[in-house]
Design a protein. Structure first.
Length: 288
């Protein structure tokens, strides 16, 4: 029964693995619900910020704000990549890294100098292994990103863009459509696209207090920071959705393997019993 004992050991191992993956699936499901709530709360605020800018901004005002500066030629750009700190999420991180590499390769192919800013241990470890010189590496953002996390990531980029040392800033993140649809997405964060004219811009006459200048001066940096915050919460929700899917698949696969191993073990055990019965019968016949 040496083979039978080996099969029993493998069965116990698969059972233990299935318990772990099932537990991780339930934890990811619980975290996903809270992450979805944060995404649902962040989106209307971002849309309203964009709507306010769209209604206030005119071509004349657009020339006064550094965050709206449209460079004649992009010579230096920053790429902010958002990944997770942990694995076991299927191809989640690999897809984000592939999207970032494609963007960097495209920019450098056009002669643009690119600097990398990465949040998440998986992205940091990959690009460091590739020999990439990282301008910023942040690995302490958890499952519940905050506005302070977004501010920490983007303030330096805004300062450099305002000073003219950067001509463009891109964010690579996972857009959360559903738990099963989280495509990697590239968003141009800076310069802030001028929305004037899309809905008429200044076509509606408002009485403003304070002035449109002062409102835009305060709201444009907030709009940029909120763009990064929204990318963070969507990536966090996408990570939990990907992990839940990966762990569910692993649990189902473990069940299939367990069923096959149990069937094999039963056949081996039955064969051993049959052989023992045959030996007993043969021994009894020999004694007659």
């Amino acid at each position: 029964m040496a083979k039978g004992r080996e099969l029993k050991g493998r069965i116990r191992s698969v059972q233990n693995t299935r318990k772990i993956t099932r537990t991780m699936e339930m934890v990811a499901t619980s975290k996903l619900k809270r992450a979805q709530d944060r995404v649902a709360a962040a989106r209307p605020y971002a849309e309203q910020l964009g709507d306010v800018i769209q209604r206030l901004l005119t071509p004349e005002l657009a020339t006064r704000y550094p965050l709206l500066r449209q460079p004649e030629q992009v010579r230096r750009a920053a790429v902010l990549l958002l990944t997770s700190n942990r694995g076991l999420a299927g191809g989640f991180n690999a897809n984000l890294i592939r999207e970032a590499r494609t963007l960097v390769r495209d920019l450098r192919g056009r002669g643009v100098e690119v600097e990398m800013h990465i949040a998440g241990k998986k992205g940091i470890s990959f690009f460091r292994f590739q020999g990439e010189n990282l301008r910023a590496a942040v690995a302490d953002i958890g499952d519940r990103p905050s506005a302070a996390d977004a501010e920490r990531l983007v303030n330096q980029l805004m300062d450099e863009f305002t000073a003219g040392t950067l001509d463009a800033v891109y964010v690579v993140y996972a857009k959360f459509n559903s738990a099963l649809s989280t495509p990697p997405t590239t968003m141009q964060l800076l310069p802030v696209p001028s929305p004037a004219g899309e809905r008429g811009g200044g076509g509606v006459d408002y009485i403003l207090e304070p002035s449109a200048d002062e409102i835009l001066n305060r709201i444009l940096p907030l709009y940029v920071r909120n763009g990064v915050y929204r990318a963070l919460v969507e990536t966090s929700a996408a990570e939990q959705g990907a992990r839940r899917t990966a762990m569910k698949n692993a649990t189902d696969n473990a069940g299939d393997i367990l069923e096959a191993l149990t069937r094999t073990y039963n056949r081996v055990r039955q064969a051993a019993i049959t052989q023992e019965i045959a030996e007993i019968v043969g021994g009894a016949a020999a004694l007659e």
